[in-house]
Design a protein around this ligand. Structure first.
Ligand code: MOS
Length: 749
């Protein structure tokens, strides 16, 4: 996008990242970069079988190796808080048990931590880790999803909970499929995909005495890590300090506390010195979850004039043998379109693998690949333009909850996106558009993402010099949280952004949710908004008390603030600087802490972010190589706080979606139950050369019912639907429908 195309409103709300300079100069400090006196280095030793028991651990040569301080395993953790056990349990952990590191001799998956080598230096620890020899008693493992799919069932915690959203769902379904004019039944598959942030997971753990713990840990929620570590190590929450001010990407891998974190904290406790543990890239494939392998059966019925009459969406997702991970995979099929007859089911397949976790747009990105592919297939069966088909089935109200939307500008997204993309030039028949010998395909898909707003607190402080500090225990895993919060604070207080500091990523700050579920701006942004409003009110009271103040009679709404100065709208000449208010009252600072949370509005309205993507692909007819040439993505997420950082998030989401469609797949060798694609040479993610021009459009209309700032989540809707839009474009280019991701040349020639 050229400078001219960015209109002035966008330019005004495109503040550069407040921490951009720190990041590009290397001054931003990430978890593994902190220093601690006497810091020891740890390296994990992981299992080489997928199921069985540890017979013996030969650690002597590692222990005697130069610089080694300890080799920690289930053999010597008895009595250590964390997950150590004094007694070997007789049986494998039942379903529903978090994996307990160094707890017993059972092996649940390949790559499971079996020992931790701690040494003076990293090199010493790495070397000694190669000397640890583990003998196993191997049992037959099952890791092959397709070979075992008949064993899938309903998760036991769904069976127990009648109100679970993952219960089987049906509305008006009886006989509906039979009555449809056109029917379609297809199966869509996505492979396991792994989050691969630039920064691997890392922790530095340091104990002070027996009951005070400080960690520098890569995660997505300092408060949640604080709570989980306090519980695991049986110490008061206040005694755990978690620092994570900078995170080099996470995509969901940092939502949970993982075994390696516990292992490092245990080691620091046992050795009574700080311990650092950084996962190797290959360990990122077995230590911090993944997007689960999922097979989805879709059945769709429609009338000849393009009205959906029936949607059945059944998904089976992978989980481990010890823990049930549930995803929203089928839920979007209940709400995306107006359709009277809908059936959804979610099933689990438990395998000898580690537990999956949330990965950007968890469930929705998976489910919408199936729904939006099936819709495209149905549109083609009806010989109808895919966009027109979606417009005919637009849901004017939430068809699941039978509630009005709080706001929905999806039709505007379709319209603006199609216009910018040039959708009208699309020829209905596949394999008819060509450019320079390449098959050209235009594809599109809708997207949606639920609205998540959690109770959040923020503290706002006016300092003596008139600058503002705002604090909240929220996170920035990459989107630019501090920048957006600075803008919210600046707008309300009238203090220029350069005079505002926003603190995050520290568990001692006011309570806030972790950065997940695209909830940060809606939740924490609202808290910052109300805290700054409260600060302004407090300043107004103080200002009004000054002799001769023209503000004494002003109502808050009549007061304007600009450049750190308050003045009444009636008289612009007689204002007062914030700094002078504090000076007059002889105050070092003025401080407020406020909480913001949802009210009844969430029960009266259905709240979602909406959007759509348009994709042009070129496919080489001889080699089957697919190149994405152009993407237009449009989102209706309420008010946009910062166009620049928002656009980056949308671009990142689309890149993730392109990776999902064309590249990302964690391939396992089932003879060993082991991933073989554990580096970037074999686990492919898009690089710059794979990514074309991505055009981002926002409706930018506040959703007044959602929260005080009118903003909904953006981070995840950016990826939802992208893989389907690519697959739909590939169909349009080639006439070949690929229903199993990633789309490779082998499926196209
Ligand atoms: Mo996201 S998968 O909620 O980080």
């Amino acid at each position: 996008m050229t400078r001219e195309q960015i209109n002035s409103t966008e330019a005004e709300v495109s503040l550069d990242r407040v921490d951009g300079r720190l990041k590009v100069t290397g001054a931003a400090r990430y978890s593994a970069e902190y220093q601690a006196e006497n810091l020891a280095h740890a390296v994990l030793v992981t299992s080489t079988i997928a199921k069985g028991r540890i017979k013996s651990i030969h650690a002597k040569s590692a222990e005697e190796s130069k610089g080694v301080l300890a080799v920690i395993s289930h053999l010597n953790t008895a009595g250590v808080p964390g997950y150590g056990s004094a007694k070997q349990p007789p049986e494998r952990a039942p379903m529903g048990t978090s994996f307990r590191v160094f707890f017993d001799d059972f092996i649940y998956f390949d790559g499971q931590p079996v020992a931790l080598v701690v040494a003076h230096t990293l090199e010493q620890a790495m070397h000694a880790a190669t000397l640890v020899r583990v003998e196993y008693e191997t049992e037959t493992h099952q890791t092959d999803f397709k070979a075992n799919i008949s064993k899938a069932g309903m998760a036991s915690n769904v069976q127990r909970n009648k109100n679970s959203p993952f219960q089987d769902y049906s509305r008006g379904a009886a006989g509906a499929m039979l009555r449809a004019d056109v029917k379609l039944e297809e199966t869509y598959t996505i492979p396991t995909q792994h989050h691969q942030p630039l920064e691997p997971h890392a922790i530095i753990a340091a104990w002070e005495g027996d009951d005070r713990l400080t960690v520098y840990d890569k995660n997505q929620g300092v408060k949640s890590v604080q709570g989980q570590l306090a519980q695991a190590f049986k110490i008061p929450k206040e005694n755990v300090q978690v620092h994570a001010p900078f995170i080099g990407g996470a995509f969901g891998s940092g939502i949970r506390v993982w075994p390696h974190t516990i292992a490092a904290v245990m080691a620091a406790k046992m050795l009574q010195r700080p311990v650092k543990l950084v996962l190797g890239r290959e360990q990122m494939f077995t230590s911090v979850g993944y997007r689960p392998y999922t097979v989805q059966k879709m059945a769709v019925g429609a009338t000849l004039d393009g009205k959906l009459t029936f949607i059945s969406h059944e998904a089976t997702g992978q989980t481990s043998a010890y823990e049930e991970h549930l995803e929203r995979t089928v839920l979007s099929s209940r709400v995306m379109y107006e359709c009277a007859h809908v059936v959804t089911k979610y099933r689990h397949l438990s395998l000898d693998v580690n537990t999956p976790t949330w990965m950007r747009g968890p469930g929705d990105a998976t489910g919408m690949f199936a729904l939006e592919s099936a819709l495209d297939e149905m549109a083609f069966a009806l010989r109808m333009d895919p966009l027109e088909f979606r417009l005919r089935n637009h849901a004017d109200a939430d068809p699941e909850r039978k509630l009005p939307w709080s706001a929905k500008s999806l039709k505007a997204c379709y319209h603006l996106g199609a216009q910018r993309f040039g959708w009208k030039d699309r020829v209905l028949e596949p394999r008819t558009m060509q450019k320079q010998g390449m098959l050209v395909g235009y594809g599109m898909a809708s997207s949606l993402y639920g609205f998540h707003r959690h109770p959040s607190k923020a503290r706002a402080m006016m300092l003596a010099n008139g600058s503002v500090v705002v604090q909240s225990a929220t996170m920035d895993i990459g989107p630019g949280t501090g920048t957006a919060m600075t803008q919210i604070a600046s707008k309300i207080t009238g203090v220029p952004a350069r005079n505002i500091r926003f603190d995050l990523g520290d568990s001692s700050l006011p309570d806030a949710p972790g950065q997940n579920g695209s909830s940060t701006i809606p939740s924490v942004g609202s808290a910052v908004h109300v805290a700054c409003e409260a600060l302004k009110s407090k300043m107004l009271v103080l200002a009004a008390a000054m002799p001769g103040s023209t503000l004494s009679v002003a109502k808050p709404e009549e007061v304007t603030v600009k450049n750190g100065r308050m003045f009444s709208a009636a008289d612009h000449t007689a204002g007062v600087q914030y700094a002078d208010i504090l000076k007059y009252h002889n105050l070092p600072q003025v401080e407020v802490t406020e909480e913001s949370r949802s009210g009844q509005e969430v029960n009266q309205h259905s709240m979602y972010s909406f959007g759509c993507h348009f994709v042009e692909v070129h496919v080489n007819p001889l080699t089957g190589e697919v190149r994405v040439k152009r993407v237009v993505t449009c989102a209706d997420v309420g008010k946009i706080i910062n166009y620049k950082t928002a656009r980056s998030q949308s671009i990142g989401g689309v890149v993730g979606g392109i990776g999902m469609a064309l590249m990302e797949a964690s391939v396992m060798d089932h003879r060993f139950g082991r991933y073989v694609t554990t580096d970037f040479a074999s686990y492919h993610i898009p690089v710059h050369a794979d990514i074309p021009q991505i055009d981002v459009i926002y409706i930018d209309k506040p959703d007044a019912l959602a929260n005080p700032i009118g903003s909904k989540g953006l981070g995840e809707i950016a990826i939802v639907g992208v893989a389907a839009a690519v697959a739909n474009a590939v169909f349009h280019a080639t006439g070949k429908r690929v229903r199993e991701l990633p789309i490779g040349v082998e499926q196209l020639v």
